[in-house]
Write a new protein. Structure first.
Length: 365
């Protein structure tokens, strides 16, 4: 008697129904949200036009005034809304004013944005859990794309913090808070992974006391670092330039030094400095010239920078002239070359495997 064929699809369906929070198959990101800066997009995702993915957790950590909120609550929220992604903005610092968000072109209408003011980790966890329960109950074709933005993790409190404050005890709950933050992020990873829902959060950093590891440390422990797909550490530096890029003595903005501490989509520990003038705002091309110079794609020739395109044509400009269309050309050709390299590496791997199999076959005979 012939055995009955194993029905994989039925098994998968029954399994995912019986175990809450489990999903089957691969969940590679399909939706990406730009950071508003091409260089930073590339460092975190490996693509100049991608940025941070839905279905994953991304953390921007840095000192006060380093540009965390500018990127997360400003640029990323604006880009998400332009892609039709609904944004849930959790403000634990009570600092995100509507006027400031409008200045960054964020749409604060109820159809595009839900702003929640929360101070407790437990309340954020309950909100996310309740939302995801309703989300899973919706027919799959009706589920919207959603991005949670938390500004910031470091300001969230535990019940012990609140109880101690009421008693005049200001020691804080240093023991439970890192565990609670880790649990929050880990649960978000598990719940968002198979859906078009993502989390972008800001966090605080503190100076390292380790002379052998001088990088700033991220508050809240290392637990949520393991669960996050992308972690960017940010430092605040002074910008002393006029509108034409000439050096002056007055401070006209900040230079946000962004270092990728972790990325599942590109190699870590690469850095870029992004200029954010107070008046004009950030140029999306900021940091690209330095990035291409580090990679020796733009090469110094006297007091100018030279680029040789794929047709062998030389493009020679002063540093200030490397903007807009000039950099678009370099980005496009560099991105294309990365794709070609990956294809060639895959072909080489396949070829090597074929050679191994043929050698194995000859040995067997």
């Amino acid at each position: 008697m012939a055995s009955k064929a194993f029905d994989v699809s039925k098994f998968r369906k029954n399994l995912t129904k019986s175990i809450t929070g489990m999903s089957a198959g691969f969940h590679d990101p399909t939706d990406w949200v730009s950071t508003g800066n091409y260089a930073l997009n590339y460092l975190v995702s490996g693509d100049f036009h991608r940025g941070v993915p839905l279905g994953k957790v991304t953390v921007f950590a840095g000192e006060s005034g380093s540009g965390k909120s500018y990127f997360c609550a400003g640029n990323i929220v604006k880009a998400a809304q332009q892609q039709g992604i609904f944004v849930v903005l959790v403000d634990s610092e009570n600092a995100l004013d509507e006027t400031w968000l409008h200045a960054l072109d964020v749409d604060t209408s109820e159809e595009k944005l839900l702003k929640l003011n929360m101070s407790m980790i437990d309340d954020v966890a309950k909100t996310v859990s309740t939302f995801m329960g309703d989300y899973r109950d919706m027919p799959e074709e009706e589920r919207p794309k959603v991005l949670f933005v938390i500004d910031s993790l470091g300001m969230l409190l535990t019940p012990t913090d609140v109880d101690q404050f009421g008693k005049g005890d200001l020691k804080g709950d240093m023991g439970r808070k890192p565990k609670a933050l880790t649990a929050l992020v880990r649960n978000c990873v598990n719940m968002f992974g198979s859906h078009n829902v993502g989390l972008v959060a800001t966090n605080h950093t503190y100076a390292s006391q380790d002379m052998f590891d001088p990088d700033d440390k991220i508050s809240g422990g290392q637990g949520f670092m393991y669960a996050s797909s992308i972690v960017v550490a940010m430092k605040k530096l002074k910008l002393k330039e006029d509108e034409d890029g000439n050096k002056i003595t007055d401070v006209t903005g900040i230079r946000s030094a962004c270092k990728v501490m972790k990325s599942r989509f590109n190699k870590p520990f690469e850095a870029v400095q992004v200029k954010i003038p107070y008046e004009a705002g950030m140029d999306p091309y900021s940091g690209l010239v330095d990035l291409f110079e580090k990679k020796e794609i733009l090469v110094k020739q006297g007091n100018r920078l030279k680029y040789v395109d794929r047709f062998g044509k030389e493009h020679l400009h002063y540093r200030k002239q490397w903007t807009g269309e000039n950099l678009d050309l370099v980005m496009a050709e560099f991105q294309e070359s990365i794709g070609s390299e990956n294809i060639n590496k895959t072909k080489e791997t396949i070829g090597a495997n074929d050679d191994d199999e043929s050698l194995g076959g000859s040995d067997a005979t």
